[in-house]
Design a protein around this ligand. Structure first.
Ligand SMILES: N[C@@H](CCC(=O)N[C@@H](CS)C(=O)NCC(=O)O)C(=O)O
Length: 331
């Protein structure tokens, strides 16, 4: 089955899958996208260590999982055009936004996808059809019901609950409102071509945009953000990265959002895990936010802090300080 190219086992409904696919497309790395479904169970299982998508099989047949290390590994093999801005300070900010997209962006998307009935039903139906492309109407309906039940029970993994629903919706609109002016004058987060941060964040926002509720909201409120996240499905090298000076007017407010919500939430999550709490409450911009801790995330926060230490410069510190982000990374 190898055909000498990478195979990406993924799903159109999986943000991490479309993130990795965008990267392959941007780099022009020969690959085959294999919509993961009941018909490719065996070949998928032969390379997937964990039952997740995306799973990438190398031309040699090695299985790779976890979108961030997959992209990092391929970037080592296909360094040009780099997804890391030449200015090291910007390269760190891009890494920060990649992590923010994967974790916080996913919370915004996943909550809305499985909260309102209209979103649950639409998403479950799409997933049912994707997973069983040849099934008849009755089988799809049964699958849809099963998926809807399973997925609506998983919202708590990302902190989705009655107590947080209105907060998460506010966080979503606030982010759109900050990103919209940034993309009014540029194609990608850092300028003329996609950076690491674009891949992480755009994938989550793209997935939100295909769901009824978030799709309607983004169309009305963030047309430039909508264009960007769709552009990111086929990203191109349309020019150089910009300088911090030209990015700052609209990027600094986005970083301040990261410092206001994502980083204090990350620290509280990681503290709660370390002390074995079943739920934690954290003050985010003056409002209490409560959820059970997320396991995976504590490890990636530690990685981010280590990267910050390695990247530290006076200018980066000034940027992060102004964003309210430094204390969380240095702590
Ligand atoms: N950290 C992983 C996350 C991958 C992930 O969570 N994939 C989800 C879909 S987006 C999955 O396969 N979940 C298992 C399931 O739905 O059964 C990555 O970045 O690739």
């Amino acid at each position: 089955v190898s055909e000498g190219v990478y195979r990406i086992y993924g799903s159109e409904m999986s943000p991490y899958s479309v993130k990795v696919r965008s990267y392959f497309r941007f780099k022009g790395i020969p690959h085959r996208w294999i919509a993961r479904n009941s018909e490719n169970e065996e070949e998928y299982k032969s390379v997937a260590r964990l039952p997740i998508v995306p799973t990438v099989a190398t031309p040699e047949g090695e299985g790779l999982q976890d979108s961030t290390p997959i992209i990092e590994r391929l970037e080592g093999l296909h360094p040009e055009p780099s997804i890391h801005p030449e200015e090291p300070d910007l390269a760190f900010l891009s890494v920060l936004i990649e992590e923010f997209g994967d974790e916080w962006g996913n919370k915004l998307m996943f909550h809305h996808r499985w909260w309102d009935k209209v979103d649950q039903e639409a998403s479950a139906l799409t997933l049912a059809r994707l997973s069983a492309p040849r099934a008849d109407h009755a089988a799809i309906a049964a699958r849809q019901k099963m998926i809807q039940e399973r997925m609506t029970g998983r919202g708590h993994f990302v902190g989705s609950s009655e107590a947080t629903a209105h907060l998460i919706t506010d966080y979503w609109f606030e982010l759109l409102d900050l990103l919209e002016p940034h993309f009014a004058t540029r194609k990608y987060l850092f300028g003329g071509r996609p950076a690491f941060g674009d891949f992480g964040l755009a994938a989550q926002i793209y997935e939100a945009s295909v769901d009824p509720t978030c799709g309607a909201g983004i169309l009305a409120r963030g047309p430039a953000v909508l264009a960007w996240c769709h552009r990111m499905m086929e990203p191109r090298n349309d020019g150089p990265f910009e300088s911090w000076e030209s990015l700052a007017p609209t990027l600094a407010p986005v970083l301040a959002y990261v410092g206001r919500y994502f980083l204090p939430w990350s620290q509280a999550n990681s503290d709660a895990l370390a002390s074995g709490q079943e739920t934690f409450t954290v003050d985010l911009a003056g409002r209490p936010y409560v959820q059970p801790p997320q396991k995976y995330h504590a490890k990636s926060l530690a990685t981010l802090k280590a990267r910050y230490v390695a990247a530290q410069t006076p200018r980066l510190d000034a940027i992060l300080e102004a964003a309210g982000a430094k204390r969380w990374l240095a702590g």
